[in-house]
Design a protein around this ligand. Structure first.
Ligand code: 6PG
Length: 247
């Protein structure tokens, strides 16, 4: 695991776009395609805009296959849809090989089963799928994707995608499970803002129950990469920051 601290959210977004492009080039060179999971929420928006603006001719987009870490139980054009956000900022502007959306308009259990089937078909495997890169955000409560504190999805080991009831939000979300995220070749957390500093400190340095801070469950081989702006990193101990590359 490594922690990279950037001076601003803009520098974080530029760095995340560079990392995305580097991972895409590596995967396409080695495996002929780049299977990437996009994060929802607002943090990755600037990164997606930079990719659309500055990388349209610097990535072999036709070999990029896009998936989502989670989706709200809403139709594709709903303002809460992660697909809508990613399409408006990135996917409508670059010629990706294919977009594998989670069908939030279906009943959540059905959407989860359909997405798991879509992963089986794409990866042609019964083993857990291995994405080339998974981008994740972090909630102030320590959730990531739609793996919220004390929710059933945290315990699931035998499914790749589940419908996860989230009482705090009075809704059900569809999410990749921990085993799928932890099987990825690379996992990057993109986190910005003072409001995430406590969660960042707890996940990286605290000893709370991982069910209280589900991002602690994300432990792919070699650990995830943390890309933080200075505000989100502000409560980390110097020791930790000492190990980071501060841009
Ligand atoms: C979502 C994401 C979720 C998000 C965090 C952080 O669907 O919203 O999967 O896990 O990454 O809630 O959201 P912000 O980036 O908006 O702070």
């Amino acid at each position: 695991m490594s922690v990279h601290v950037y001076g601003s959210s803009e520098e974080l977004a530029e760095a995340a776009a560079r990392e995305f492009a580097a991972k895409a080039e590596e995967a396409i060179e080695e495996r002929g395609r780049f299977a990437v999971v996009l994060a929802g929420g607002s943090t990755p928006e600037s990164t997606y805009q930079i990719l659309a603006r500055d990388y349209s001719d610097r990535i072999a987009w036709s070999k990029v296959y896009v998936f989502f870490g989670d989706e709200r139980a809403v139709p594709p054009h709903h303002e809460d849809s992660n697909l809508k956000m990613a399409s408006e900022l990135l996917l409508d502007h670059v010629p990706v090989g294919n977009v594998h959306r989670i069908r939030g308009e279906l009943p959540p259990e059905e959407a989860a089963e359909a997405y798991e089937e879509e992963l089986r078909t794409f990866f042609q495997t019964e083993d857990v799928p291995r994405f080339d890169l998974i981008l994740l955000g972090l909630g102030a409560d320590g959730h990531t994707a739609s793996l919220f504190p004390w929710t059933p999805a945290l315990e699931v080991q035998d499914r790749w995608v589940v419908a996860n009831p989230v009482p705090r939000l009075d809704t059900t979300r569809i999410t990749l499970t921990v085993p799928v995220i932890n099987a990825a070749l690379a996992v990057y957390f993109l986190v910005e803002g003072e409001d995430k500093a406590e969660a960042v400190r707890e996940v990286l340095e605290g000893d709370a129950d991982p069910r209280a801070y589900p991002a602690k469950l994300i432990q792919p081989p070699g650990g995830p990469e943390w890309m933080l702006d200075r505000s989100a990193a502000s409560l980390l101990s110097d020791l930790y920051r000492g190990g980071s590359r501060t841009a």
